[in-house]
Design a protein around this ligand. Structure first.
Ligand code: FES
Length: 359
C-alpha cells in the first residue's frame, strides 16, 4: 500500500497508480478523431486534459497546444488565420507559429525584426494517420513505436475499419472497467436487441488470463439456468433465445483498449480521457477478409451493427458509466475482471516522471 495524493481520494490504496491516473497515461498513442473530419479549418480537441488544435496543412495533420503563449487565446479561434504557408496566426495580435515545430516565426504587429521571434514556441504533438483515424502522442519523451500501442488487427492498412467517435460523460476508468466487467455483460445487457437471439448465461466460471499485452476473460463454464434456493429458477425461458452466446473473446489492454473478437470480425473500444469527468469514446469494428467479405460486412455494419451494437447496446453501458460512483465499492467474485485490470495497470502502465501519483 502506498500513499496517494489528491483531493477526495483515499490516502491509501491497493491501486495507487491507477487511482492517481484521473487523466489517464500520457505515454501511449491514442486515437482521437476521424481523419476525414480534419481539414484546413482547425478542430479543437481536448485529450488527457490538454487542449489541442488539429489542422491539416499541405495534406499533413498538425497538432498544436491550443493556447497562444502571448495572452492565452485559443489558437483554434475562428478568427485566427493562415497568412503564410506552413504557419498559423493567432487572431488577437498576429503572433505566427510554424505548424510543424510550433516556433514563433513572426510577430506581425511588432514588425519583421521582432526580437521575440524564435524565443517562444507552442508545444506540438506527434501525429499519425492510420486506418482513417488521427492518433496522437501526448507523452513527454520520444514517441514509442506506433505498433506497440495499436492492436495487430488494426495494423494492416487493408483492414476495413468503421465505427463511431463520441464524447461521453464519466471518468475513462469507469468506461474501461465497464467494458471488461464480467457481471454486467450477463445482466445489464440481458434484454438488448443485439443479443436478441442469444441465450445469455446467468453466470459463468471465469478466469482472467494473460494473452500478450492483453488480459482476457476465459469462460471455463457457462451456466444458462440456475436455481436460487428459496427463490426459484432463473431465467424464465424465452422462445426467441435460441443460440448459446459464449462465442466472443473479450480482452483489455493498456492504455484502456477493449477488444471483442467475434468469429469473423473484431470490435474495439477506447476511452480516451478528456477531463477527469469525460472521455472520447472510440468504437471501431474491423474486418480483413478480402474486399468482398469486407464489403458485405460494411453493409451489415451500416444497416445493423452501427445502430444496434454501437448504438443501443453500448448506450446501455453509457448509462452506467455516467452514474458509477466508486470507490468506495464492495466487490464480488466476477469483479476479478476489474481487479486483474487494475493489477495490470499497476504493474505495467508507462508513465512520465512527475505524472500525478508517480515518482
Ligand atoms: Fe495571441 Fe496575442 S494572444 S497574439
Amino acid at each position: 500500500q502506498a500513499t496517494v495524493g489528491g483531493p477526495g481520494r483515499r490516502d491509501w490504496s491497493t491501486w495507487p497508480r491507477y487511482e492517481a491516473a484521473v487523466l489517464g497515461f500520457k505515454e501511449y498513442w491514442y486515437p482521437v478523431a476521424w481523419s476525414r473530419k480534419i481539414g484546413e479549418k482547425p478542430v479543437p480537441v481536448q485529450v488527457l486534459g490538454q487542449k489541442i488544435m488539429l489542422k491539416r496543412d499541405g495534406g499533413v495533420v498538425r497538432a498544436l497546444h491550443d493556447r497562444c503563449p502571448h495572452r492565452g487565446v485559443p489558437l483554434s479561434h475562428k478568427l485566427s488565420s493562415q497568412e503564410f504557408p506552413g504557419t498559423w496566426s493567432c487572431c488577437y495580435h498576429g503572433w505566427t507559429f510554424d505548424l510543424e515545430t510550433g516556433v514563433l516565426v513572426a510577430a506581425i504587429t511588432d514588425g519583421p525584426e521582432s526580437p521575440i521571434c524564435g524565443k517562444v514556441a507552442v508545444r506540438t504533438y506527434p501525429v499519425r494517420e492510420h486506418i482513417g483515424l488521427v492518433w496522437l502522442w501526448l507523452g513527454d519523451g520520444e514517441p514509442r513505436p506506433f505498433e506497440d500501442d495499436v492492436p495487430e488487427e488494426l495494423l494492416d492498412p487493408a483492414a476495413l475499419v468503421v465505427g463511431r467517435i463520441t464524447v461521453r460523460d464519466g471518468n475513462w476508468r469507469f468506461g474501461a472497467e465497464n467494458g471488461f466487467d464480467d457481471g454486467h455483460a450477463k445482466w445489464l445487457h440481458r434484454n438488448a436487441l443485439w443479443t436478441k437471439r442469444v441465450k445469455m448465461p446467468v453466470w459463468s466460471e471465469m478466469k482472467v488470463i494473460r494473452d500478450g499485452p492483453w488480459i482476457t476473460r476465459r469462460k471455463d463454464k457457462m451456466h444458462y439456468q440456475a436455481e436460487f434456493p428459496g427463490l426459484g429458477s432463473f431465467p424464465r425461458k424465452k422462445w426467441y433465445k435460441r443460440r448459446e452466446g459464449n462465442k466472443t473473446k473479450v480482452s483489455l489492454r493498456l492504455p484502456g483498449t477493449l477488444r471483442v473478437k467475434y468469429e469473423t470480425w473484431t470490435h474495439f473500444e477506447w476511452w480516451v480521457p478528456v477531463t477527469g469527468e469525460g472521455h472520447v469514446y472510440v468504437q471501431l469494428a474491423t474486418m480483413n477478409r478480402g474486399w468482398w467479405n469486407n464489403f458485405r460486412f460494411w453493409v451489415y455494419y451500416r444497416v445493423w451493427a452501427r445502430w444496434v451494437f454501437h448504438g443501443m447496446f453500448n448506450d446501455e453501458d453509457r448509462l452506467m458509466v455516467e452514474v458509477t460512483d466508486a470507490p468506495p465499492e464492495r466487490l464480488y467474485r466476477p469483479d476479478v475482471s476489474l481487479t486483474e485490470w487494475r493489477k495490470l495497470v499497476e504493474q505495467e502502465a508507462r508513465y512520465s516522471p512527475g505524472e500525478a501519483g508517480h515518482d
